[in-house]
Every structure is written in C-alpha cells, then in structure tokens.
Design a binder for this molecule. Sequence first.
Ligand code: FE
Length: 208
Amino acid sequence: MNTPSDEHGHDHPKNELSHYAKRIYAIRDLLLEKGVISEKDIQCQIDYQEARSPANGAKLVARAWVDPAFKARFIADPKAACAEMGIDATAINEFVVLENKENLRHMVVCTLCSCYPRPILGRPPDWYKSFNYRQRSVVDPRGVMREFGLHLPEDVEVRVHDSTADIRYLVLPLRPKGTEDWSEADLAKLVTRDSMIGVMDALDSIPE
Ligand code: FE
C-alpha cells in the first residue's frame, strides 16, 4: 500500500491524514480564524518544543558530577537547580532526581501513557511510549536493561519509578570511572538520553 510520501516524496495532502491529525488541523484553523492564537504563536511554540532536548539533561548531569554543592541542590530542589542553569522546568509539577549508586539503579517508565520530563529531555522516544516497554519495565526491568546493553550483577538493586501527570523523574547516572580530570563539556557528551531514563549507564568514552 502506498503512503502519501511514497507517491509524492514530499507532500502530505490533508485528506490523507489520520483522523487525529485532521482534527488537530481543524482545531488549529478554528483558533486562528477566531483570533485566539496567531501563526506567530504557533511557530514560537514549535521552536520552544524543539529547543528542549536531552542536551539540557546532559548539562545538568555533567554539572552535578563536577560540583558536589550543585548536585546536592539538584537533588534537593531540581527545579531551582534547573533555573540556575538557565533551564525552564516550571512546566513540571513535581520534579524528582534519582541518583544512581554503585549498588542501585533507577529506571523510569509511565505505565499509563507517556509522562516524561520534557523540559529536560525533549520528546520521549517511541519505545518509551510503547506498550511493550510500559508493561515489561515493571515486570522485568533487568531484562529490559540487558536489551539496551546493560548487564547488572545480581547484587545491584533496581528500582522502577512510575511517572504520572504530577511527578516526572530524571535519573542522575553514575559518573564513569577514569573521568576524574575531564572537563564538564566533555563529561556532558557521555550523558545519553537513555542513561537519564535509566535503561543504560552513561557512556565511558565520547562517541565518534
Ligand atoms: Fe503518562
């Protein structure tokens, strides 16, 4: 079966959109027509959403690794610590930072839908929203971690945290060994999105 992009290579005619997409465009057109919002408002909002990415989280984690006082503030009052770094986390109601330890790993899921710390990590990956992940992460978190390449010894405890509309979690991964004299900017390159969801540890070398 041909999809619109197969046929045209670039364009998606409105009448071939899904039911929900058509509904979104209809609502947008109505809001514009009634003067509730402007084209500029929409573009500003798109730019704002796109600017939020795991780079925000990586900055926070790297700062926490090099600055123990910041780390303490980041755990005690994450939203205030974000503001210090120029990151706006006010859209999150309750924001909790979970610190990994040698003998403890945290893993984040939203079993109900796709709640995610978007101001810190941007949009969630598709797998995070999948029924498979939402179901299996609570039943067999170690098995899910293994599929991401993290093989934990049996004596490492794993705690799974279920996000809600009110509470969003961010994992503070362990600082990789052998990085004691690294710069904050280089450390940030080791902090992956998946390490802040908790399915992986941080990288131990900068990817090519
Ligand atoms: Fe959710």
